[in-house]
Design a binder for this molecule. Structure first.
Ligand code: HEC
Ligand code: HEC
Ligand code: HEC
Ligand code: HEC
Ligand code: HEC
Ligand code: HEC
Ligand code: HEC
Ligand code: HEC
Ligand code: HEC
Ligand code: HEC
Length: 254
């Protein structure tokens, strides 16, 4: 026969576990309160990060690390995004599909998708005077029986036998305006009017359509985001582990 004295603690423990589980679940999903310490499991060996100690004892503002928040006044009870929602392991297909759901609202999108191009500045009438002939820009009879909109044929993406509208436009304008492309990204505005991003509601253009750099050089991938933030502060303050010989002060097992 089981004694009550054993059942009660077991029951109590079970109830406590349930509360913890439910609470933990709610915590994780609804309002992510400031964790006391964080355990990172990764290929370099586990890292224990004393989150609260860093904030309270080393007197570091939340916003110093959580630069996802515009407002500097982040309090102990405020939410913060996981670093990985912006700094993933890979900028692959699953990131592209998944990352849009990682943010509480659209104001976050603009942080990275910082510009889109609207109208192109092009005065057709004036240009018919600048050129000798319509066919300086329009294809001849064989392809374009009548001069018409380029976009009737050239589309958003390159296809097997047709360059994209972007390449078609650029190549064609370049024949006279090579100089307009000389100053890298800052030259784009001589033809492109930038859209006011606070009003923007369309699809976002891929970073690489404008930047020739790899995406990962524009937004750091996960490991670099942690290494750079943790270590550059330690180095700056001359306290806490950084540098090539101190891996084991953060990574406790391999
Ligand atoms: C020294 C840097 C640092 C400071 C200061 C700091 N945090 Fe963090 N915080 C982190 C890191 C790193 C994580 C881990 C995020 C992850 O797992 O991607 C984190 C995680 C969190 C999380 C959980 C986010 C999640 O979804 O995983 C919350 C909430 C949070 N911090 C809130 C705060 C608040 C509020 C403050 C100020 C009172 C603060 N933090 C101060 C670095 C810091
Ligand atoms: C809402 C998205 C977002 C979140 C969440 C986020 N970052 Fe970033 N982070 C960026 C963007 C965008 C850049 C590059 C441009 C910039 O600095 O604004 C960046 C740049 C960085 C840099 C480069 C240097 C610097 O400070 O500008 C480091 C390091 C970094 N993040 C670490 C972290 C860490 C660690 C966390 C979690 C505590 C974190 N980030 C959370 C978006 C985010
Ligand atoms: C400097 C290059 C250039 C020259 C020269 C030029 N065009 Fe165009 N034309 C374009 C471009 C680029 C477009 C596409 C504009 C757009 O899609 O908004 C276009 C569009 C057109 C269209 C379609 C307009 C519409 O809204 O449907 C017609 C028709 C046209 N051109 C006729 C001509 C004729 C006729 C000449 C000669 C008198 C000429 N073009 C000379 C570049 C040129
Ligand atoms: C009726 C369809 C059609 C229209 C309209 C059209 N294109 Fe094209 N374009 C083509 C085809 C087909 C090719 C491929 C030709 C080839 O490979 O020789 C091409 C190729 C090009 C190329 C790359 C090859 C080259 O000749 O240098 C450029 C640049 C270009 N088009 C610009 C334009 C511009 C600018 C306009 C509008 C003013 C325009 N196209 C309108 C069908 C069209
Ligand atoms: C046949 C040569 C030629 C082509 C092709 C050409 N342009 Fe021009 N463009 C000119 C000339 C000439 C001027 C006037 C002188 C100047 O400002 O350089 C001019 C001026 C301009 C200006 C400045 C107008 C202003 O008000 O300052 C813009 C913007 C422009 N072009 C855009 C374009 C775009 C976009 C294309 C491609 C669709 C294009 N051009 C293709 C010859 C050309
Ligand atoms: C001389 C004028 C000119 C300059 C300079 C120029 N562009 Fe363009 N761009 C065009 C034209 C014309 C088009 C085709 C317009 C269209 O899609 O109707 C175009 C199209 C594009 C597109 C595709 C837009 C779409 O809706 O498909 C992108 C992206 C783009 N340009 C980026 C850039 C970047 C980045 C720079 C600077 C490095 C730049 N452009 C400089 C004239 C220019
Ligand atoms: C931390 C930076 C960051 C934030 C914040 C962000 N994105 Fe992105 N987004 C990217 C990167 C990086 C890519 C993929 C690489 C590329 O486009 O070259 C991407 C790709 C996309 C694409 C696909 C573009 C294409 O055609 O290639 C869409 C759509 C998109 N994001 C929408 C959103 C929306 C909606 C939000 C806000 C809810 C958002 N993004 C927030 C960085 C970000
Ligand atoms: C429509 C074109 C366009 C798109 C799309 C675009 N950018 Fe940019 N980006 C620019 C221009 C233009 C500048 C400013 C260059 C200047 O003024 O010198 C810039 C500047 C930047 C800078 C500052 C450093 C630098 O390289 O000059 C960063 C970081 C950046 N963009 C990240 C991104 C990321 C991440 C994405 C995708 C989520 C993205 N951009 C999408 C056009 C674009
Ligand atoms: C804004 C500055 C700053 C950032 C960012 C930061 N630290 Fe620190 N860290 C400190 C300071 C200050 C100390 C105090 C060292 C002392 O007092 O000896 C410290 C100490 C440490 C220590 C040793 C003592 C302890 O508290 O455990 C470890 C381990 C550590 N940090 C890990 C991390 C990790 C992991 C990250 C990134 C997720 C990080 N730190 C980000 C400032 C920072
Ligand atoms: C200040 C603390 C700190 C120091 C010092 C440090 N790391 Fe890390 N490291 C981290 C954190 C935090 C992560 C991210 C954990 C995560 O992805 O969840 C990480 C991630 C890693 C990863 C995982 C990459 C992956 O894809 O999973 C490797 C490998 C790594 N570090 C190696 C090193 C090496 C080698 C050194 C010494 C040169 C070093 N780390 C120094 C904190 C540190």
């Amino acid at each position: 026969m089981r004694s009550k004295s054993k059942t009660i603690p077991v029951l109590a423990a079970a109830v406590l576990l349930l509360i913890v589980a439910v609470f933990g679940y709610v915590q994780a999903d609804d309002d992510k309160k400031m964790p006391v310490r964080i355990l990172f499991k990764n290929n370099g060996g586990k890292v224990i990060f004393s989150h609260l100690v860093h904030h309270r004892d080393y007197a570091i503002d939340c916003a110093k690390c959580h630069h996802d928040r515009e407002s500097v006044a982040v309090g102990k009870d405020d939410e913060a995004l996981a670093c990985g929602s912006c700094h993933p392991n890979e900028f692959d297909e699953s990131y592209i599909e998944g990352h849009m759901d990682s943010f509480p609202d659209e104001t976050y999108c603009v942080r990275c998708h910082h510009t889109e191009y609207g109208e192109v500045i092009f005065d057709h009438d004036a240009h018919t005077d600048y050129a000798d002939d319509c066919y300086d820009c329009h294809h001849g009879e064989e392809i374009e029986p009548e001069p018409q909109k380029c976009a009737n044929c050239h589309k958003g993406e390159d296809s097997e036998d047709l360059v994209s509208m972007r390449v078609a436009g650029h190549e064609s304008c370049r024949t006279c305006h090579e100089d307009m492309f000389h100053q890298g990204l800052s030259s784009c505005k001589s033809c492109h009017v930038a859209v006011d991003m606070t009003q923007y509601e369309g699809d976002y253009t891929s970073c690489n359509d404008c930047h020739e750099t790899e995406t990962r050089e524009l937004v750091l991938p996960r490991m670099n985001a942690f290494h750079d933030q943790c270590m550059s502060c330690h180095e700056e303050m001359g306290a806490g582990p950084y540098g090539p010989d101190n891996c084991n002060q953060c990574h406790i097992s391999r």
